[in-house]
Structure formats: C-alpha cells, structure tokens
Design a protein around this ligand. Sequence first.
Ligand code: SAH
Length: 211
Amino acid sequence: MDFDKARRILIDSISHDIKDRHVLLAMSRVPREWFVPLDLQPSAYDDRPLSIGCGQTISQPYIVALMTEALELKGREKVLEIGTGSGYQAAVLAELARYVYSVERIPELAETAARVLSGLGYKNVQVEVAGDELGCAKYAPYDGILVAAAAPSVHQTLIDQLYEGGRLVIPVGSRLEQELLRVTKLRSGIRTERLGGCRFVPLIGRDAWQE
Ligand code: SAH
C-alpha cells in the first residue's frame, strides 16, 4: 500500500472544496494511517469516517478540513478540541496552531491518541481525559474550540471558554444529523454562521446528550 500516494490523491480531491492551502498542506503532512486500527489501514485515505473502537469514529477527512478551515488559524492560537477520538484532528490542528489541548471522555481512546501523537513527534498537543464539565475550563480562554461530536445546542459553557473574537466550530442538531455552525464570540453576544449538514457521534455529558 502506497500511503503517500493515497494521501496525495485524497488531498487533491478535497482541494476542490477546501481552498485554504495551509489546511491542505497540514493534512498532507499527517499520516492518517497511524490513527486507524491496523485492519482498516488500507482504507485510511477513503474520504469517510472509520471505526476506531469503543463505538467511536475518526471523522471524514473532508469534514476535518472544513472544520479546520473554519477556525481560520494563523499559527499563534491556543486551540481546544473536544472529542480526541483517534487524535487525527488534533494532529491537523497542531500543524496549524501554537498549542492544542484535546479532551476525550473515553480514557482508553485518550491514551492511544496521546501515544500516537507523541510517537509522531507532536510536542504542542496535550490530550486529557474529559471531566464532568463540557470543554476544559482549566486552560481557557481559547482562540478556537473545535467540537468533534454532535451537540444538542451551543452551550454557554463553551462560549465562556473563548476569548472575545474567538471561534467555536460545532455540529448542532439531533443525535442523528446536525448542521455545522461557526460561532464567533463578540463583545456583545455571538454571531452564528451555518456551514452545512453533517453527521457526528453524540457529545455525551451533563450539558449535552445522555449516554
Ligand atoms: N476528532 C476525532 C473524532 C472524534 S469522534 C478524530 O479525529 O479521530 C467523537 C469523540 O468525542 C469520541 O471519541 C467520543 O468519545 C468523544 N466525546 C463524546 N462526548 C465527549 C465529551 N463530553 N467530552 C470529550 N469527549 C467526548
């Protein structure tokens, strides 16, 4: 299997919709095959989500690109990802931001992701097991928050964890289908933009869905 070639073909097809070349370059540097179970490695560059165990999935590469692009990272940001899963999205963010915190509620996934990320040499990513509260108030505020699981609403806790001017990219809707939103924190409230339909596994917690 020629992973480098498969990666180039995938990035090329994503580039029809995603115009931010920094995002495309970042994704061309991250080996997605490292983030999927061994038996799924031959499918690592299919543009679709794949199972990573524990009932969870690694997101579709196109969606990773779309969400990353929506954060409009310039390289100096402190970013939070909610839902580490395999760690793939965290790696893409780490290519583009100064520092990435990523929280995951399933300890087993957090541990595997942290191991893969450090094996690849990422020094600007920290994976933590999620607490009861949504996000990670401990290191807040953030310039950007990317939620990689489906939320029932935009909870105030997440807005509170953003700097003024910061962006939250989050799928909001039912447990089965959602709309991707970009929410910008303003001095007086928030601005919400719609980025299109998507399907994520549910965000679980006190301020989200029940398990
Ligand atoms: N970004 C991941 C895909 C995430 S799938 C990747 O690139 O592979 C969504 C993840 O969110 C799952 O692993 C799930 O366990 C996690 N999750 C669900 N609710 C959560 C919460 N409240 N806090 C942190 N992680 C959560």
